[in-house]
Design a protein around this ligand. Structure first.
Ligand SMILES: *Cc1c(COP(=O)(O)O)cnc(C)c1O
Length: 418
């Protein structure tokens, strides 16, 4: 097993060719997943770091880290926000290593995917496509779809903008199609992707590879099976009691849950409790998504568990917490203030849509059940998304003025002279 991960690392240490297909051999523990990819790409910067967060001995009583210190918690962060450069980084790149390998192997020249206006998945997909020579087409859900179209028709003006992820979508020349939240709800993401694929492959003669929302299907989820392989190596036998992360389309949750459950099957005492924090729907929806993805990976429960159904197994292995707050991509003052204070105290930027909400709402759980977490180690999986803060500048500016002062340097004063 070690040999396998070493050989992957060896690739990153020599010259890399992003579009080169690398034969994939899954870790031994993943044998119950029978639908195995044949190839992957090597485009992420892995392993991502695993940081132990230092606790100062004199934390202020309103410190965001105070609950960890009071409960003597060892706080670790898996830095998938550092999995690649700003254009590719976050959790989606792990899935794209498998998805784009499949696209190249199928001789496709074009990729179509879909997400919200500030989708990290679309941004990473677009940049990764260019990195390996594919043409990115993105369907973005936005309330401004009609106004932007009107501006284009009537004023010949491009008013779509370049905030956050959009700048990166556009700078790599993505072809963007807008839809309204209503259309997205009415037709569903799959039908919209299929429609654009049909257009491109019909008269335009493109060979199109569709990627579902969030890259969350059975194939993409192998990225997080590999991530658990990587984490186990980094932990080197050390026990983690709780693993916490944000859940949006379910691929990350599926990979982490199946990876940990299968990876620690022989060492049950080391198996962490898994806490997925859902940021856009109710917990039951996510259990069903993880079940669907497990079925796509062709999970064989015989010899793994006495549970009678995959659904039962999933529910035994993971807990989904409610963390959507005011709704997908909208933030409360408390959530944003948590992000600002967390950055101030740790130097780590969480994002407002996923990781910031996940840790904010997990802290509520921690405060509600302190004894459950006392003297444990908690690993928070930072899934990236920091470009999302650009979308919240107006809401966050007062908080930043409070913690970061700006003053005019008196360059002409003599007091600094030596
Ligand atoms: C997409 C995303 C998630 C959620 O991952 P899923 O696999 O879609 O559940 C979490 N964090 C960030 C920053 C993301 O972009």
């Amino acid at each position: 097993m070690r040999l396998h991960s070493r050989s992957v690392n060896a690739i990153t240490m020599t010259i890399q060719t992003p579009n080169k297909l690398i034969p994939y051999h899954p870790p031994d523990f993943a044998r119950p997943l029978r639908n195995v990819p044949s190839h992957r790409l090597n485009i992420a910067n892995l392993p991502s770091p695993l940081h132990r967060i230092p606790m100062s001995s004199d934390l202020k009583k309103d410190s965001v880290l105070k609950p960890f210190q009071d409960l003597n918690i060892d706080f670790l962060i898996k830095r998938d926000d550092m999995s690649a450069g700003v254009e590719l980084g976050g959790n989606k790149i792990r899935k794209l290593e498998f998805l784009l390998a499949d696209a190249l192997q199928s001789n496709c020249d074009t990729v179509v995917t879909i997400g919200g206006e500030q989708s990290n998945h679309c941004r990473a997909t677009a940049a990764a496509c260019r990195l390996v020579g594919l043409e990115p087409h993105l369907i973005l859900r936005t309330k401004t779809a009609n106004r932007v179209e009107e501006d284009k028709m009537v004023k010949q003006k491009d008013s779509f903008g370049h905030v956050g992820n959009l700048l990166f979508d556009r700078i790599v020349g993505s072809r963007i199609y807008t839809c309204t939240p209503g259309e997205y709800g009415r037709f569903g993401s799959k039908a919209l992707v299929d429609r654009v694929c049909a257009d491109l492959s019909g008269s335009k003669g493109k060979k199109v590879y569709p990627i579902p929302v969030g890259g969350s299907n059975g194939l993409g989820t192998w990225g997080y099976i590999e991530a658990i392989h990587e984490l186990k190596d980094q932990l080197n036998g050390e026990k983690v009691h709780h693993v916490v992360f944000a859940c949006g389309s379910g691929g990350t949750a599926s990979g982490i849950t199946l990876g940990l459950a299968l990876g620690y099957k022989e060492e049950r005492e080391k198996m962490p409790e898994i806490h997925a924090v859902g940021v856009c729907d109710d917990p039951e929806y996510f259990y069903q998504e993880v079940k669907r993805i497990s079925q796509e990976m062709d999970l064989d429960l015989s010899g793994v568990s006495t549970c009678e159904s995959i659904e039962g197994y999933i529910k035994e292995c993971m807990t989904v917490h409610q963390g959507k707050g005011k709704g997908y991509a909208s933030s409360t003052k408390e959530e944003l203030s948590f992000i600002v204070n967390f950055a101030l105290e740790t130097g780590i930027i969480l994002d407002p849509v996923y990781s910031g909400k996940a840790l904010f709402y997990f802290m509520e759980e921690l405060k509600d059940h302190p004894e459950k977490y006392r003297n444990t180690s908690i690993l928070f999986w930072h899934t990236g998304g920091s470009l999302g803060v650009y979308d919240k500048i107006d809401e966050m500016s007062d908080m930043m003025s409070n913690i970061s002062s700006v003053e005019r340097l008196n360059a002409y004063s003599s007091s600094g002279k030596t």
